[in-house]
Write a protein of this length. Sequence first.
Length: 149
Amino acid sequence: MERNNFNFSFEDLRLFQKNLDFIDYIYKVVANFPDNEKDNLVLKLKNASQSIAINIAEGSGENKTQYINSLRIAKAAIRECIVYVLIAKRQDLIDEITEEEIRNKLIEISKMISGLIRSLKNPDQYRSKENNNNSYNNIQIPENSFNNE
């Protein structure tokens, strides 16, 4: 079946794409976990990482207030991921380097979510700066990403 060229607005967000990369990374990390963790920690960590992307996607189809709320829920999922990563480290399922890599990826995603929330709350501020010097390249606000309230 041929894929058409239509994308939902959230698919074009660097934030969303960065989260998909994070999900891929988590899948690689947990592939090495023992079988007795497959239905427990593996599943929970996968679900939490997916929840970040799901909330970004779901919120983008709502009004601005609901979108911001969904982004806050995505940030809660980031904190959930951190807890599972700390458990994995304490159980010697991951090493310190992997823990630090996951933490750094989550910090980056969290900062991007915070930037998107700020831009949704003050769109004129970010659009005017973007037009003047392109210093906000990492913040994307698709025009149709939310309904105006």
